[in-house]
Design a protein around this ligand. Structure first.
Ligand code: 4AD
Ligand code: MG
Length: 479
């Protein structure tokens, strides 16, 4: 007989039908010669209850029905007398497909997140991680749906690259060389000409630069793939391997970019509420009691659009009124997560799109705001900044901080080159990027959304290691 997934079995109302379900035992209890097995197959957070009379089954089989064991159950679908479930299965035959003894690491309820990370190979079998990974899947579907329906093309950018998009230098090298026997030139520099690619290569930190090639040909593209950063930052929001979504759009300006960022995030959150109800309700009950309210709340809010300079003024004011920050926040400083969270969680109490950042800590490719005679610049809606600024537009979220990093791109070849020269960047490996500005250059913009940061927000989880099946962080590449 064909197996019925538990999610489908629980929807059926043809009581009396013979069905077969397969799954893993979540719990087994007994009372007055009757046993009750909660069986889960991962298709839904819900278990199906299997009921049977001890007397009708071999004692040997029932002994093997332990927490974690894998079963195939034949039985009759019946209306359930128990509260909280419409149906259950009256077992007629039970086959143990896989035994599970008492060394099974997931026996105890209430294990810590830290402990569960040490058993990442099994934690998807828990209720919480099952819910998280089903939501993760659904968010991926939301993203593809959004862009597909809005006329964007899914554009595949390389993972192995010879260029450093963000220029931060925190890349993982890719080589087939014997590291104990590296050839060096007279200056002591490694010679890569005999390496696999004939030059120094790394894993990409962002597909943006190639994404711009796509956008300036197809009009609007998006990427969705893994990215790698060798940042030695052991925080609850950083991974060495994470997934990023990077749309890039020709003819888009700053205001339209912010509209897109806001509309896109709201679409994803609404998708979760519409498509992941059972899992969200579970997380709302067990992990974060404010989750559903926070998700609904984001849909109602208009995101604040805030020039960086204005943000600094608010932070300075908070400081003057006695608010303590660990890190400095003078004009020109990159914002620390405590600053972002102050603005989002305490000051505005809603998501903020920050724009017009000083060029000192932003990337070379961002569109430069118009300079003023006194060394300042004019940005979003005519806002004046005391120094040179660029049209970076990051989205800051409650409890997450930066969820999106984006910008309008500098389309002028001369301005872009001036910035590249000012930074003394080596463009040998980026000659092709400059061609976009040389041949039919156009205004364009885009952003990168950290997929795991979105999942953090949507699940209410606190640590980014718990929203990706097998996290990669400093000193940890197990599983
Ligand atoms: O702000 P970032 O560095 O921007 C870029 O890479 C641009 N090239 C994107 C673009 O405009 N196309 O990274 C984008 C987002 C961040 O806002 C954050 O959500 C996420 O990627 N992110 C990380 N997520 C997890 N672990 C890390 N180490 C991350 N670094 C960035
Ligand atoms: Mg950023």
């Amino acid at each position: 007989m064909k197996r019925t997934r538990i999610i489908d079995a629980l929807k059926r109302t043809d009581f009396g039908a013979e069905i077969n379900v397969k799954g893993w035992v979540r719990s087994k209890r007994g009372s007055k010669g009757i046993f009750f097995i909660a069986l889960n197959d991962g298709s839904t957070i819900k278990n199906v209850q299997i009921v049977g009379d001890d007397a009708n089954f071999p004692e040997e089989t029932l002994k093997r029905v332990t927490t974690g064991a894998c079963l195939s159950v034949m039985g009759k679908l019946v209306e359930s007398p128990a509260a909280g479930q419409a149906s259950e299965i009256q077992a007629t035959a039970i086959e143990v497909l896989g035994d599970c003894d008492n060394t099974y690491p997931l026996q105890k309820k209430g294990a810590s997140w830290e402990y569960l990370r040490t058993v990442a190979h099994l934690r998807p079998r828990t209720n919480t991680f099952g819910a998280i990974f089903r939501i993760r899947h659904n968010m991926a579907m939301a993203i593809h749906t959004y862009f597909h329906e809005h006329g964007y093309y899914y554009f595949h950018t390389p993972l192995i690259t010879a260029s450093d998009c963000e220029g931060a230098g925190n890349m993982f090298q890719v080589t087939t060389k014997n590291l104990y026997d590296l050839k060096k030139d007279e200056q002591g520099k490694i010679i890569y000409s005999d390496d696999f690619f004939g030059e120094q290569t790394s894993l990409t930190v962002s597909g943006q630069l190639e994404g711009e090639l796509g956008a300036t040909a197809l009009g609007a593209i998006y990427t969705f793939g893994p990215t790698f950063r060798a940042e030695n930052s052991n925080t609850p929001r950083h991974l060495a391997e994470f997934w990023m979504i990077e749309p890039e759009i020709a003819f888009m300006d700053q205001e339209e970019l912010m509209d897109l960022e806001e509309d896109f995030i709201k679409f994803c959150v609404r998708w979760a509420l519409d498509n992941c109800r059972d899992d969200l309700e579970f997380l709302n009950k067990m992990v974060d009691k404010g989750l559903l309210e926070r998700l609904e709340g984001v849909l109602k809010e208009d995101f604040v659009r805030l020039p960086y300079t204005e943000g600094i003024r608010i932070l300075q004011e908070a400081k003057a009124q006695g608010h303590k920050f660990e890190f400095p926040c003078e004009w020109g400083d990159d914002l620390a997560s405590e600053h972002e969270r102050y603005l989002v969680e305490e000051h505005f109490k809603k998501p903020v799109i920050m724009t017009d950042y000083p060029r000192s800590f932003k990337s070379f490719y961002m569109k430069q705001n118009q300079a003023t005679a006194d060394g300042g610049s004019i940005g979003y809606k005519g806002a004046v900044a005391p120094g040179p600024t660029m049209q970076g537009t990051d989205v800051l979220f409650p409890s997450i901080g930066e969820i999106i990093g984006g910008s309008v791109r500098e389309e002028s070849y001369d301005k872009l080159m001036a910035e590249i020269n000012r930074r003394e960047m080596d463009m040998t490996h980026l000659w092709w990027y400059l061609d976009t500005r040389r041949y039919g250059s156009c205004p364009h913009a885009g952003f990168g959304l950290g997929f795991e940061r979105l999942i953090l927000f949507v699940t209410g989880m606190q640590n980014i290691r718990d929203v990706i099946p097998f996290p990669r962080t400093p000193k940890n590449a197990e599983f």
